[in-house]
Design a protein around this ligand. Structure first.
Ligand code: AMP
Length: 292
């Protein structure tokens, strides 16, 4: 198939209109340093030559997508992500392909992975943690309104922009990658009990994950971590939740965590109530940026 045969460009901000009508190809971009490597390809810093607009270009090899029969799913997820417009959701401006590769034109998240920040500092201050939780809550409320359940929120899927503003960066388009990571790296940690037990689930799985993340941000490890996956599994199902004495964490933070990590999904704190929770009101930066 010709390299310019398909084009699904969404409007990047502050772009002159003439660029929007263009059929994209790799020749329109200057490729810069590699930003990272995922399961299906690599991500590079890139600049659209005419506008000088800086983006992240994700290159996915078609062979991999075909091997795992992910073509339809990838397409659906790309359509979802490119339709979303929220300050805490990474923009997918468009995509194009050549014979071997699919190129995703993504918003560049200068701060990289939230996961790396968390590993570097071990824990976040309550102000920082509350700001991230509030940003995520607002992004998820927006997604839920659009009938999108993320289901795979975890620090590795969260990116930061140049001001430390959180961006949901990956719409989990790869079931293959998700299930593989689940067995290999224990991402079971973020799953709600109903998902672990393979029961029907709804939007409330994302609320559970917010509780797990909030715990991990303030304590430096996920709440149900265990030696084996089997034990994590058991702890999640029992909601075996403990609050260690160190580091010291405020009672309000513990209250929010306890109201999200509730086995009965219908009793978990609703997203709009998270925004009204005293811990969020007291600690979250309303601008959503964590760095100055
Ligand atoms: P992924 O294939 O999405 O797992 O991406 C691999 C790595 O590339 C991530 O772990 C990030 O470090 C980096 N990366 C992906 N997307 C972006 C982006 N939009 N801006 C900056 N870095 C990114």
């Amino acid at each position: 198939m010709a390299s310019r045969a398909q084009n699904h460009l969404q409007k990047p901000p502050k772009q002159p209109p003439r660029i929007l009508k263009k059929q994209w190809s790799i020749d329109d971009f200057e490729i810069g340093k590699p930003l990272g490597k995922g399961k299906f390809g690599r991500v590079y810093l890139a600049r659209e030559i005419k506008s000088k607009y800086v983006v992240a270009l994700k290159i996915i090899f078609k062979e991999q997508i075909e091997k795992y029969r992910l073509h339809h799913q990838l397409r659906r997820e790309l359509e979802i992500q490119s339709s979303l417009r929220h300050p805490n959701v990474l923009r997918l401006f468009g995509w194009f392909h050549d014979d071997e590769r699919i190129f995703l034109i993504l918003e560049y998240a200068h701060g990289g992975e939230l996961y790396k920040e968390l590993r570097k500092f071990r824990t976040f201050s309550e102000e920082q943690a509350a700001t991230y939780i509030a940003s995520l809550t607002q992004a998820l409320a927006y997604c839920h309104e659009k009938h999108v359940i993320h289901r795979d929120i975890k620090p590795e899927n969260l990116l930061l922009d140049h001001e430390g503003r959180l961006k949901i960066g990956d719409f989990g388009w790869s079931v293959q990658s998700r299930s593989k990571r689940r067995t290999m790296c224990g991402t079971l940690d973020y799953l709600a009990p109903e998902m672990v037990e393979n029961k029907a689930h709804d939007y409330a799985v994302d609320n559970w994950t917010l509780g797990v993340l909030c715990y991990e941000f303030v304590y430096g490890m996920p709440p149900f971590e265990a030696e084996s996956q089997k034990d994590t599994f058991r702890r999640i199902i029992k909601v075996d939740l403990n609050f260690p004495s160190t580091p010291q964490v405020s009672p309000e933070a513990k209250n929010l965590i306890s109201r999200l990590l509730v086995k009965d999904s219908s009793k978990r704190l609703a997203l709009e109530k998270i925004m009204d929770h005293p811990w969020i009101i007291k600690n979250a930066n309303p601008i959503g940026a964590c760095w100055n």
